[in-house]
Design a protein around this ligand. Sequence first.
Ligand code: ARG
Ligand code: ZN
Length: 411
Amino acid sequence: MSTPLIWFYFLFFKFSDQVLSITPQTQEQVDTLRNVSTHYETVLWQPVSNEYISTQVQVHLYVPGNSSVTVKAILQTHGITHKVLLANPNVLTEMQMKNDSTDPRSGSTFYERYHTLEEIYDWINRTAQDNPRTVKAILIGSSYEKRPLYVLKLSFNDRPNRKAMWIDCGIHAREWISPAFCLWFVHHSLSFYQQNSEITRILDSMDVYVLPVMNPDGYKYTWTARRWWRKNRSISKSGFCVGVDLNRNFDVDWVKGSSQNPCEEINCGPFPESEPEAQAVANFLRRHKDTVQLYITIHSYSQMFIFPYSYTFDQAENHNDLLEMVQEAAQRIKRYYRNTYTYGPGAATLYPCSGGSDDWAYKLGIKYSFTFELQDRGEYGFLLPPSHISGACNEALLAVKTIAVKVLEKT
Ligand code: ARG
Ligand code: ZN
């Protein structure tokens, strides 16, 4: 653009926000990117923290319109090329928040939209009330800001020696597809019990505990203040920064691969289980560890099935079983939906880090423990449009069913 044109642009338009994809080629480029992501108003979508930036690792960086010119100039001076991943994330954000349930032409169901925290609480109440014989809402604790943490217990019969599985969603606030999946899963269970053979088999032999939003304060915050918030909302002792990464706050080899700096995205908090949300989940699982055989925690994005360990490169004792389960899940998804999921132990497949709920549950004795990273692989990232909810959830559902059936066969 010529100079007068640029001025014209500045005066009459605003540069729009963008999400850039950048793959640094040299150490110098890595350092520059780390610098940009800490010193300019940007948000790292991927990797989660700038210490994980390295050569040949694809970085997804959210750049607000007002830092766009500066950031791009810095990239250019260092010979760093970028692709625009999302040219207009604001439009996508609006699409995610639009609740067009009143529009009869929209054609999408309740489960194909994202919901506010209040709507999810209403849904929890309604679901328990409408299914008094099969669904119970159990209060397992409350959040830092004193919001209730409800677990839905699905129980389709009362045979003795029933086993159980646990699914939690929404540990990380900005991963909106995650709570959407918990709602999807409960709806599927209630609608297809005695219709679909796999879900029937699972529900006949297991109770299912579903925690739809483990981090309600953070989730609320992403709807009202900052869409890219990840942590909970607890205020650090110094009062300077807010938020602990709940998936670093569990008691496994605490602090390695996480950060004690409360200002960081992967801050593990002052001590293990310092956060009421992590403590509530840990207490509940400790009380139910004799029945719970399968633990699944739902995240996004990157399409991955992760199993222990993440805090060490050592192999889990039943590594081969775990591998076989996720491999089968990935193969079935490929066959039915033509979509690719990668899989493996956390440290080697994703990154080493401690304090995660999956490793903690595993060490508690829940021998089948998984982290799912749902769609997508960065085409929309956290801004997965509502029209993709059904696809993302059906894939994850197939994986849950595949793994749960295998757990039943093993135990
Ligand atoms: N994206 C997730 C996180 O960073 C992955 C968790 C995998 N498990 C683990 N224990 N790190 O929290
Ligand atoms: Zn996550």
